[in-house]
Design a protein around this ligand. Structure first.
Ligand code: SF4
Length: 868
């Protein structure tokens, strides 16, 4: 057996993973020696071994839809890019990269675009995730420095989570917090979020703030800190910041934020009296038309209160992606140059000297939303998209798709053969996936870790840095891209960080620039800076000329979206526990589809009543830009006037499941980050004539007017389908065409079908007016182990298994424990705590992400007992 220490490729927690390969079988476990997770993994990380199969992989280069060899694909990319640059100039070309890339890949892409093609047009999906946080830090500290670590979270007295559902989006860090709170019951946790999320499970206080009003809460806190007289004003612009805060009395804040005065006062008291306080924030803050100001409002209160630059304190932006930080370090945003340097004369000259180029871009390039608008207007004529899916993740995705469809040259480097974006590609480069890549990533706390390959490259897939270097050679820049190994790319990147850096630039990993390949291979996780010489780090100094930290004056603004009679609700987008981004990795893992398997729309009971909705109903949600269909979840954790829908679904997994079809491309003026969290929408119940579950061994071509959601099931095709016109004729014709024997049950609106061939189940379809409750595990078992008796087959036709009871909706994905099983353990076996459930069923005993749901089921059962 071989065992490799590597890093999880999902969220910015950056957990260490031990990947073992025995007889070709891969298994994973948390790496006890990695400081980010100390052995823990969440369900996504624990399922990594299930994501590495080659089904659905892009394994060979393609040119205009045809498989070709690498020389042909690279030659075509070079020729077409060169022709566009010759005719329209370098500004007509753009790269759109991803926080999934390794630092070495990112460095190569940035160097090629800014250094040699000569335009600033390289932006990344990290723009959508944390670019407001970058602006916040840069404006306050003069550099993009995250001033906190995970240890700071554990040793704080007050942990404020704002705009962050860490329990689902950063589960291992959340579990560290849970345990820290258990160790120190004096620790307080405050969650600020319009929704009562799973993160609130450990909250001492939840402020269900009105969407988009967070800046008001923190500017008011600054004012209250000032009123105590115990305020530090030794920062640039402190007076101006305090002056702007002056009108933000507790009453005004409560009014602006839709909170009670008592709640606001209590939170302010928590913050002011806590010896140490740390604020964790993420997309709920960043994805806003004033996200940068929100970040600075948070930073300001930490500076003013002295809760900064010491253990357990500080403003801590959590990154969503595994290597968003690495992208920031190399300059993989259109607004940064390289190695944290800017488009300023001294930096431009320095980088040009280091790279030995005369073609260096002199001005910033187009940020993500503007970039795709420019493609739509025909100004950018070639775009190379690396490891990301902008046709799903960018706002106003219909417009993005139109832009890509009209773009003369779309190149895509991808792991997956089919994505919403790659459908527009003229050239497709097969990239390496997790387990095959070799390089480094940086997590939310500035910790650089190695992602190591433990699998061979499949098919003709190649590393992204290699593909970029080959295209650079085609464009005539061979000498500058002559790397033979990612270690060489890393060394160059590290050397640039220290180049002419006498302590003037915060990002400095020059101490790693002379590692031998062996040393680089063995590199232990390490937080930067790692300076070779002079860089004296002090969080209490600023990284701009005057050496000062700055309090940026903030005038709180609301969201751009406004509820109005036609669009009376505000739609919030976010992540669910078991899925990742646009599902290109997690969507095909059955275990990760067990928890939530189709787009949901969470709505408050008052709004559900107002719009005639009930749980499990289908609804159409629409804005002036588009429509999506989702299944309703009525929940009192949702703030009245708001809806919540996951951001993951796309055209590969659903018809009309894409939330970004609805979202407006409104951005923060400083960061260019879209306001993805607030869109004015309306919702209407949709009662299709029938709904059904379709399982088949072979793909079934459905009529285009039907709605469907694809679910991962091992070896099968599983669709939840619904529509207004019946598909019985089509399904019967299909069975006839294959010569399958059919078994049909029909009663009123219920219609079930089983198709058999040589004793094997080939297709199963269960439909009725409401979605039939068919237990997926029973059906899957019937496909691999067909029931033999007539009675058992009749039971299966009814969606039942005579031998085994149904487990219900899966709550614990780690151990596949279903809701029915859990309820039975509570009601019949007397389990009354998550611990007791864990002992009996194992649920909640691995990653712990389902514990809030276990608690909710326990509360539900308790209520039932009280009522009865
Ligand atoms: Fe991976 Fe994030 Fe889960 Fe850690 S918390 S295992 S990095 S997804």
């Amino acid at each position: 057996m071989t065992q490799t220490r590597t890093t999880c490729p999902y969220c910015g927690v950056g957990c260490g993973v031990l990947a073992s390969v025995r007889d070709g079988e891969v298994s994973v476990q948390g790496d006890d020696a990695h400081p980010a997770n100390v052995g823990r993994l969440c369900v996504k990380g624990a399922s990594l071994a299930e994501t590495i199969g080659l089904t659905g992989r892009l394994l060979h280069p393609q040119l205009d839809g045809q498989p070709v060899r690498w020389p042909q694909a690279l030659g075509a990319a070079g020729d077409r890019l060169r022709a566009i640059i010759a005719e329209h100039g370098p500004q007509a070309v753009a790269f759109y990269a991803s926080g999934q890339l390794l630092t070495e890949d990112y460095y190569a892409a940035n160097k090629l675009m800014k250094g040699f093609i000569g335009a600033g047009n390289i932006d990344t999906n990290s723009r959508l995730c944390m670019s407001s946080a970058v602006i916040g830090y840069k404006r306050a500290f003069g550099a993009d420095v995250v001033p906190c670590s995970y240890e700071d979270v554990e040793c704080s007295d007050l942990v404020v989570l704002v705009g962050s559902n860490a329990a689902w989006a950063h589960p291992v860090l959340y579990q560290r917090l849970v345990q820290a709170k258990q160790r120190n019951p004096q620790m307080k946790v405050v969650v600020i979020d319009p929704r009562r999320t799973a993160t609130c499970d450990i909250a001492d206080r939840h402020l269900a703030i009105a969407p988009g009003t967070d800046a008001g809460l923190f500017v008011g806190l600054l004012q209250t800190i000032a009123e105590t007289g115990n305020v530090d004003t030794g920062f640039t612009d402190a007076d101006a910041a305090l002056e702007l805060a002056a009108g933000w009395t507790v009453t005004n804040v409560a009014d602006f934020c839709g909170l009670s005065v008592a709640d606001v006062q209590a939170f302010y008291l928590d913050f002011i009296t806590a010896p140490r306080a740390i604020t964790l924030y993420t997309m709920g803050i960043n994805q806003s038309s004033s996200g940068s100001d929100k970040c600075n409002a948070i930073i300001n209160v930490h500076l003013a209160s002295g809760k900064f630059g010491r253990a357990g304190c500080g403003p801590f932006s959590l990154t969503g992606q595994p290597n968003a930080m690495g992208g920031r370090e190399v300059g993989g945003l259109a607004t940064m140059l390289a190695a944290h340097m800017n488009f300023e004369p001294a930096d431009l000259a320095r980088v040009a000297r280091f790279w030995g180029t005369e073609r260096l871009a002199q001005t910033p390039g187009l940020m993500a939303v503007d970039l795709f608008s420019a493609i739509g207007r025909g100004e950018v004529k070639a775009v190379w998209i690396m490891g990301t899916n902008p046709a799903v993740s960018l706002p106003d995705s219909h417009a993005v798709s139109r832009a890509l469809a009209a773009c003369p040259l779309v190149i895509v480097s991808e792991v997956a053969a089919d994505t919403d974006t790659s459908r527009y590609a003229h050239i497709r480069f097969p990239a390496l996936g997790w387990g095959e890549k070799n390089g480094t990533v940086t997590n939310s706390e500035r910790r650089i870790s190695r992602q190591r390959a433990f699998l061979p490259a499949p098919g003709e897939a190649r590393a992204d840095w290699w593909i970029i270097a080959q295209v650079a050679k085609q464009l005539g820049f061979a000498a500058a891209f002559d790397w033979q190994h990612p270690h060489e790319v890393f060394s160059e990147h590290a050397a640039l960080s220290g180049y002419e850096n006498d302590g003037q630039r915060a990002f400095d990993i020059s101490g790693l620039s002379e590692l031998t390949r062996q040393q680089w291979d063995a590199l232990e996780p390490i937080r930067w800076p790692v300076s070779r010489g002079h860089n004296k780090w002090d969080l209490n100094r600023g990284w701009r000329g005057d050496g000062q930290l700055r309090m940026v004056p903030v005038a709180p603004q609301g969201m751009q979206a406004h509820a109005e009679p036609l669009y009376p609700l505000i739609l919030n987008s976010g992540r669910i526990r078991d899925q990742w981004h646009t599902m290109t990795r997690t969507g095909d893992v059955p275990r990760l589809m067990q928890h939530i398997a189709q787009p949901i729309a969470e709505i408050a009971p008052q709004d559900a009543a107002r719009f005639g909705l009930h749980s499990d109903a289908l609804a159409r949600i629409s804005s002036p830009r588009g429509v999506m269909v989702a299944r309703v979840v009525v929940s009192d954790s949702q703030r009245p006037g708001s809806l919540f829908t996951p951001m993951h679904w796309n055209d590969c997994f659903a018809r009309q499941g894409k939330i970004n079809n609805l979202v407006d491309a409104v951005v923060d003026p400083h960061s260019g980050q879209p306001e993805s969290k607030q869109t004015a929408v309306r919702i209407a119940a949709w009662q299709p004539r029938w709904q059904g579950e379709l399982y088949s061994r072979t793909p079934v071509n459905l009529p285009t007017h039907l709605h469907w959601w694809r679910k991962a099931v091992p070896g099968l095709h599983h669709l939840t389908v619904c529509g207004d016109s019946l598909i019985q004729t089509e399904l019967l014709a299909l069975c006839q065409h294959h010569g399958w024997q059919i078994q049909v049950a029909s009663l009123g609106e219920t219609w079930h079908l089983l198709a058999w061939h040589q004793g094997q189940l080939m297709l199963g379809f269960w439909s009725s007016r409401a979605l039939p409750e068919v237990d997926a595990s029973l059906i899957v078992r019937a496909f691999s182990d067909a029931p033999q008796t007539l009675m058992a087959r009749h039971a299966l036709l009814g969606g039942r298994d005579l031998a085994r009871p149904a487990v219900g909706k899966i709550v614990c994905s780690c151990f596949s424990v279903g809701e029915k099983t859990i309820i039975e353990a509570i009601e019949k076996q007397g389990c009354s705590t998550p611990g007791e459930l864990g002992k009996m069923l194992k649920c909640g005993t691995n990653c712990g992400s389902c514990i809030p749901e276990l608690k909710a089921l326990l509360v539900c059962a308790e209520r039932k007992v009280m009522i009865s």
